[in-house]
Structure formats: structure tokens, C-alpha cells
Design a protein around this ligand. Sequence first.
Ligand code: FMN
Length: 307
Amino acid sequence: MFMNKQIFGAPMAGITDKPFRRIIRTFAPDVALYTEMISCHSLVASHKNCLRNFDRYDDEGNIGAQIFGADAALMADAARILQDAGASWIDINMGCPVPKVATRSGAGANMMRDHDLAEKIMRAVVRAVQIPVSIKTRLGWDDAHRDWADLISIASDCGVQFAALHGRTRAQLYMGAAVLPKLENPPIPIIGNGDIKTVTDVQNVMGAGYCGAMIGRAMLGRPWIFGELTGQACVPENIGVVALQHLGYMIEYYGEKNAIPMFRKHAAWYSAGLPNSADFRIRVNGITSVPELVDEICKFWGCERTI
Ligand SMILES: Cc1cc2nc3c(=O)[nH]c(=O)nc-3n(C[C@H](O)[C@H](O)[C@H](O)COP(=O)(O)O)c2cc1C
């Protein structure tokens, strides 16, 4: 699935669900997207809603299923389950900094300071599946340990096909500017990630030796960004129409009662920076019915009701 100079949508917990990927694919059908991160423990134990994290449309291709965990055998089992469920590739999370994942469970970013465990997991997962395996990692645990190149070299030895590198350390979380090191002959293709928002940013990343660019927060409230970057679409004339379409997908998938509170953050992102958006957000946060929410969106953007 990996192609040189490809653009990827980053895995984002609580965001890159099936309706979000669906709205993105209306602008760029074949863009490479990831699921939210999926716990290998919950997946293998078939916890309620866990395989749901990998729900996709029957015709949804080019999708990487991201798993996290610290147990090599369970990670391998999880990878097999996701391969059978139709994942295009398996991605191993080696960058999540949240304490519940990285310090308390020894997963995610912990792989950056426990390369032996990371190697065991990569070998087990690569052995378990026939589809490609990738990793997503950061520069290192903290400023004193920027050993991303060692981890990527181990990944290459293990048969991992490509890596995504977020230009921050675990200690930086999501703060400060992302800085991607210049690459010279990396052992496997590396995708650059962190603060990439524009065509120029993408060109800069490719110019620094990266084989692809991964967009994270810049896709929030801008699902057309991949269409813009790949030349398949441009900024829509009326953003309200896109917001309504996204809301419609969420209602179809989660049901009205769940979709309304879940859509609030998307409403905030779609309206960010527009005049009167603060008032709009306050009103949307108090709404509990779909017709009211649709009315509010139509009023704010001056668009027709489509759902
Ligand atoms: C709310 C949120 C959820 C995220 N969830 C994940 C995740 O599930 N897996 C992962 O590898 N990274 C996750 N990330 C990190 C992003 O994939 C990305 O690496 C990071 O946001 C930097 O890219 P950006 O500067 O383009 O946003 C998350 C980031 C945010 C802000």
C-alpha cells in the first residue's frame, strides 16, 4: 500500500472513526487513513465496541489499523484479527505519550525507551500477518534520548515496511513546533508528521528526504484538506453543507442520541475562526435534538437543510 510521496491522515483517538473517514473520502477517496488506536487487550478479549474501532465501509480501502499494547503475543493476535477484518496494513503505535498507555501499560511511547520490547513486538506482528506492517513513533523519549534512528533501524531488521515519524519527543507531548530531522538514506521509507498544514509544508517534508507526509490536527474541521493537497478537490463553497453531511454520517452510525454530543467538537472545529463562532459553539453545546442542531448549522452558515 505504500507509495512514494503519499499523503496520510494521522491516527487520532476519538476522531478518526468511520464517519470522519467517510467525510474525508468524499473529497479524496483513496487517501491513506488510519483507524483510532486500538488496544490489543480489548480487541483480543472482544470487549464491547472494540472491533467497532475498526468498522469500515465495505468498499473502504487504503486503511491502516493501528494497535497498541506491550504484549507481543497479544499484539500478534490483534494484528491477525484486523487483517481478517480487512485492514490494508497494520500500524504499531510507538508514540502515544499519555500516562495510561506509555507509563502505566508500558505501550505506545514506552517502545522508544525499551527497544528490546519494541523489537519483540515488531517481529511477532510481522510474522503474524501477510499485509504490510508500519510503526508510528516520535523523535525519542525526551531531549536527552532522541534515538528515533535506532528504533527505525531495528524496525527495518524486523521486516517493518515503513515508519511515520512525529517531529516531537514524548516529553513535548503536542507542544512546541514539530522539527523533523533531515534524512539521508533511511533503511525504510519514513513519513514525516507534525504541524503539516499546507502544500508548502508537504513539499518541505518531501524535500527533507521523507517519502510521505502525515496530516494530524490540520484535518480537524477541514476534511477537504487531502483533496486540496492532492489536487482532487478545493475548499467547499459552503462549509455548513459539509458539516451537515458529516453530522448525517454520525447520526447514521452512532444514532441521534450519541451523535449530538459527539458532533460538538466537530462543530467547534468547522466554525473555528469564523465571526460569531464562540456564540455558535455555546448554542450548539446546549442543543439536545437533531432538528435544532441542523437549524443552528443552517443559520450559522446560511445553507439549506440537507438532513
Ligand atoms: C486528540 C489526538 C488524538 C491522537 N490519537 C492518536 C492515536 O490514536 N494514535 C497515534 O499514533 N497518534 C495519535 N495522535 C497523534 C497524531 O497522530 C499526530 O502524530 C500529532 O497530532 C502530530 O501531528 P499534527 O501536528 O499534524 O497534529 C493524536 C493526537 C491528538 C491531538
